[in-house]
Design a protein around this ligand. Structure first.
Ligand code: C2O
Ligand code: CU
Length: 438
């Protein structure tokens, strides 16, 4: 049996751009006339990948490396990526995790396009409407291709630069585990970010791995953005760690110490420490992390939402449970949504303009980082406690065993959108649903 061989999104669905409800083709694609501001060619290959630390794995590269090249754009840019599959035998795609692209550019094999076969090409075009930290990865046999390296970072810088006094340095910190080896930007060594004393360094932490990551800093810091959305007036955090769900991002701002430079150190269990490079070597690695975790539900300063979540047009239950069973001859734990497994989970129907509320509940006994494509959701409450900080806007949300979250989004991006667990083996084992525009 090849159950799940096509990974999340390989539905029987024949829905392609232009056939979704009443949405017109133009709302599902970027303006074809507009010239691109950023043009990149990305070539996927399959084979032996050298992993830092001396090992090698059977994996995937983008332009010969993993992580692949970082794409940098400015807010408002039209990005055009020509994707070529040179040798990935199962076929491959690119999905722009966290970017609310038009549906036709979403890169979900079996839903928005066919997987690109060996020798094939596919052009993605989308406008970088929102500044922020994102990443790209294959969405074909994703539990294998993403885990083994078919991924990279994409950063959209704000259109307007900050006032001149806010010296801001920017560093990407992509966390990934290759064959058991924890890496930072594909390396095991600490990274040093040179910065004038007192300068603010924005560290864009991207968790591309399969489980929760944690970040903390030896000096006070601020979480300035989550999943590409700025936190409103974030307060200073000291002695607490920030958790980042699989697929999620956190932009953390730290002040460079008087001797300048900031050190980024990756440890085990997907943990990262931001520290002072002048501190003695022995004090750098996070032997034990701060016991307390920053609760983003109450972090930052409240500011009104752009929509009224109190009177939703639709609301849905999304109850995750565990089912032990044998599927295609394979015994194990599988995951259900409202009692059904992918591909038998009914679509969550929406209409353009709807305010949609989802009641997530996790009765499964395991954590699930839930990821909705094409939209950003606002966390309204957890276990009945209302959010009390800055709007907590996410595309990837860890729902822990026993937890219940109410989340809301505006249906403003017509198409068919995957809504799945980003611990990707869980997606193969049932945890995939879709939001579908009528
Ligand atoms: Cu980053 Cu459907 O995934
Ligand atoms: Cu899961």
């Amino acid at each position: 049996g090849e159950h799940g061989a096509n990974g999340p999104g390989a539905a029987e669905a024949s829905g392609t751009a232009g056939t979704t409800g009443d949405a017109s083709v133009t709302s599902l694609t970027a303006d074809p006339e507009r010239p691109a501001d950023v043009r990149v060619e990305l070539v996927a290959r399959q084979g032996t990948v050298e992993v830092p630390g001396g090992r090698s794995i059977e994996g995937y590269t983008v332009n010969g490396v993993s992580p692949g090249p970082e794409i940098r754009a400015r807010q408002g840019d039209l990005i055009e990526v020509e994707f070529a599959n040179e040798s990935v035998t199962d076929g491959a795609t690119l999905h722009w995790h966290g970017i609310d692209v038009p549906n036709a550019a979403d890169g979900v094999a079996g839903i928005t396009q066919d997987a690109v076969p060996v020798g094939g090409r596919h052009v993605y075009r989308f406008e970088a409407t929102d500044a922020g930290t994102y990443w790209y990865h294959s969405h074909q046999v994703s539990h294998v291709q993403v885990e083994r390296g078919l991924l990279g970072a994409i950063v959209v810088e704000p259109a307007s630069t900050e006032p001149a006094d806010a010296v801001e340095l920017d560093a990407t910190a992509l966390l990934h585990v290759y064959g058991g080896q924890h890496t930072l930007n594909g390396r095991v060594a600490d990274e040093r970010v040179d910065a004038p004393p007192g300068a603010t360094v924005r560290v864009r932490v991207i968790n591309t791995d399969q489980g929760t990551a944690s970040v903390w800093s030896a000096t006070p810091f601020r979480v300035v953005a989550v999943d590409g959305h700025e936190v409103h007036e974030p307060g200073e955090v000291d002695g607490q760690r920030v958790l980042i769900p699989a697929g999620g991002r956190a932009d953390v701002a730290v002040q460079a110490p008087t001797r300048g430079a900031v050190r980024l150190h990756v440890g085990g269990a997907r943990s990262m420490l931001i520290g002072d490079p002048s501190a003695p070597e022995a004090s750098a690695p996070p032997v034990s992390q701060p016991p307390k975790t920053l609760d983003l539900l109450a972090y930052g300063t409240p500011t009104p939402l752009a929509f009224d979540a109190a009177a939703p047009d639709r609301s849905y239950d999304y109850v995750i449970a565990r089912r032990f069973g044998v599927i295609d001859g394979r015994p194990g734990n599988f995951w259900t949504i409202n009692g059904r497994m992918f591909p038998d989970v009914p679509m969550f129907d929406v209409a353009e303009g709807d305010v949609v509320v989802m009641h997530l509940r996790n009765d499964s006994g395991d954590v699930h980082p839930m990821h909705l494509h094409g939209h950003h959701v606002v966390v309204l409450s957890r276990d009945g406690v209302a959010a009390s900080g800055s709007p907590w806007v996410v595309d990837s949300l860890d729902v822990r065993p026993g937890e219940a979250y109410d989340i809301a989004f505006v249906a403003d991006n017509p198409g068919i959108w995957s809504d799945h667990c980003h611990t990707l083996p869980h997606a193969v084992d049932g945890l995939v649903a879709h939001v579908m525009y009528e």
